[in-house]
Design a protein around this ligand. Structure first.
Ligand code: GUN
Ligand code: ZN
Length: 435
């Protein structure tokens, strides 16, 4: 029998299916007084406290979170770690924002010790906010990727990340070439993809900053390493789309630029996807590609409103993401808050159970990681968070008239909640929330 290293006791909530598909109350399991047993970084049992507590030897650490919700850690499907000091930069839309703020700050990641400092800050922020896995853009510098994965390895987190490739329309100090971008990405991929919990994403920034040669080289990497991820941006901003059409006159659409180079597929994550033609929706769906909904960024940069109903009815796999530093929060709860409002503006509903599904198991599934993370089940990796819906006076006050209604409590968490609600974050079975 395995030695139980730690037990968590509290109100367990986990999703086994998408409530949008199976029905509002059929996708989750909730245990009012439950226990999760962990060993070797994994969950080894989940169930009623009365039954499970008898099974553990005396002296086992039992973290008592009774009254609080215990969920799988949040998953963020699109975020930029070199942009932690760009967040909240005033006044511009995408293309000007990139030139004026982002491309200036990202140059500093050239320095390995600065990259290490930023990576430490970034992981502290993610874990403080209850995010245990993310799909992350590093900078163009291989050192930034090394610093990132080394920090992830130290923390024990499961992360997807890659070196940004960009060989035009950016400052000289921030560009690679089709050849060096390929060579450096390949070396990083071979070193980090599948090493422990780390996974690599081939990351051409977007069509505007890559030459056809670089997109071709990205496609070559995809063919060579079909189980690596691809991440890029698509259909975010009207000026961006007009420029892409000018730069790639032979392509039918923006998505067709990526499709021509073999960059669509079930491991490809496209940030934003606000402005898509029907043929682009069909291409994303047919290829199993993922659209990452980045509500705080789409509002902050004045990009537009993501049409979730259209994409989901068109069978596109959808995840939700912060997109820091175009996005204005690390919190997946606050991201869900803004997503809800974006959908409200379009007459679309987003029940709390669907939002919490997407932030956990849904995002894990679109990353192809649904069998490893994103739920509380035997054998899953033990990335777990503890949430308190009474964390602030306004929330505690509101909770007074939510007696025992789980959906209402979750909705409160996603509207008023943020990092103050995250009581603890466990990574691979160990407490990992920084002070
Ligand atoms: N498109 C290309 N690069 C970026 C970026 O860094 N942030 C956002 N939001 N969009 C982009
Ligand atoms: Zn982005």
């Amino acid at each position: 029998p395995v030695k139980i290293e730690r037990a968590l006791r509290g109100r367990l909530l986990s999703f086994h299916a998408d409530p949008r598909i199976v029905g509002p109350d059929a996708g989750h399991r909730y245990i009012e007084d439950g226990v999760v047993l962990m060993s070797g970084g994994r969950i080894v049992a989940v169930g009623e406290a009365t039954a499970l507590l008898q099974r553990i030897p005396t002296g086992t650490a039992v973290d008592d979170h009774r009254g609080r919700l215990i969920l799988p850690g949040f998953v963020d499907t699109h975020i930029h770690y070199p942009q932690t000091r760009v967040i909240g930069s005033y006044g511009e839309q995408l293309l000007e924002w990139l030139q004026k703020y982002t491309f200036v700050e990202e140059q500093r990641l050239r320095d390995r010790s600065h990259a290490e400092h930023v990576a430490r800050f970034f992981f502290d922020e993610l874990l403080r906010h209850g995010t245990t896995t993310a799909a992350v853009y590093c900078s163009v510098h291989p050192e930034s990727v090394e610093a990132f994965f080394a920090e992830s390895e130290r923390r024990g987190t499961r992360m997807v990340a890659g070196k940004v490739m960009m060989d035009r329309n950016a400052p000289e100090a921030l560009t690679d070439t089709a050849e060096s971008g390929y060579r450096e990405s390949r070396a990083l991929l071979r070193r980090w993809h599948g090493r422990g919990r780390q996974l690599y994403a081939i990351t051409p920034r977007f069509a505007i900053t890559s030459t056809p040669e670089q997109l071709e080289a990205s496609g070559a990497l995809v063919r060579e390493f079909p189980d690596a991820y691809v991440q890029t941006h698509l259909g975010e901003n009207l000026a961006e789309i007009a420029l892409v059409k000018e730069m790639f006159p032979a392509a039918k659409t923006y998505a067709d630029v990526y499709q021509r180079y073999g960059l669509l597929g079930p491991k490809s994550i496209f940030g934003h996807c606000i402005y898509l033609e029907d043929s682009e929706v069909e291409a994303l769906a047919a290829s199993g590609s993922v659209a990452a909904f980045c509500p705080t960024s789409n509002l902050f940069l004045g990009s537009g409103l993501f049409d979730m109903r259209r994409l989901q009815h068109g069978d596109v796999r959808v995840g939700v993401a912060t997109d820091v530093g175009g996005g204005t929060t690390y919190s997946m709860l606050q991201t869900a808050n803004e997503a809800y409002k974006v959908l409200q503006m379009q007459g679309q509903r987003w029940p709390a159970l669907q939002a919490f599904y997407m932030m956990t198991r849904g995002n894990a599934s679109v990353l192809g990681l649904g069998d490893r993370i994103g739920s509380l089940e035997n054998g899953r990796e033990a990335d777990i968070i503890v949430l308190d819906a009474r964390a602030t006076p306004a929330m505690a006050h509101r909770m007074e008239c939510i007696d025992g209604n789980l959906a209402e409590e979750l909705f409160l968490l996603m509207t008023l909640g943020d990092d103050r609600c995250v009581v603890e974050t466990y990574v691979a079975g160990r407490p990992a929330k920084p002070m």
